[in-house]
Design a binder for this molecule. Sequence first.
Ligand code: SF4
Length: 106
Amino acid sequence: MTGEPYGYRVLVRVLFGLGGEPPAWRERAACADSDPDLFHNARRIAAAKAICATCPVLDECRRDQLDWEANGPARFRANTFGVVGGLTGAERRRIHYPTNSVKDVA
Ligand code: SF4
C-alpha cells in the first residue's frame, strides 16, 4: 500500500484500523463501495461530503480520524488530506491548529 497516495492510505487506515481489523462501524459506512478517489479530489469535495452527510457512522468516523491525527506524529495532523468524516483535510487542520491559516485543497 506504500505506493498509494497519502490521503488514500489515511482513509484506509480509518476504515480498517491499525491492526488491519476494520472498526465495528465500518460495516455501516456509506462510502464502503465508493471510489476512494472521490474523497481525494479537490474538485469533488461536495460529492464526497454529500456521501458523508448520509453516513450513519459519521460521528464515529470523524472521531476516530481526528483522534488518530491528534495522537500520531505531528505530520499526521499537519498534512491532512482528503474528505474523511465529512471534513476536508483543511477543515481537520483547522481543528488541530485553530489559530493557523490553512488553504483548503481537499
Ligand atoms: S463519514 Fe464519510 S468517510 Fe467516514 S465512513 Fe462515512 S462516508 Fe466514509
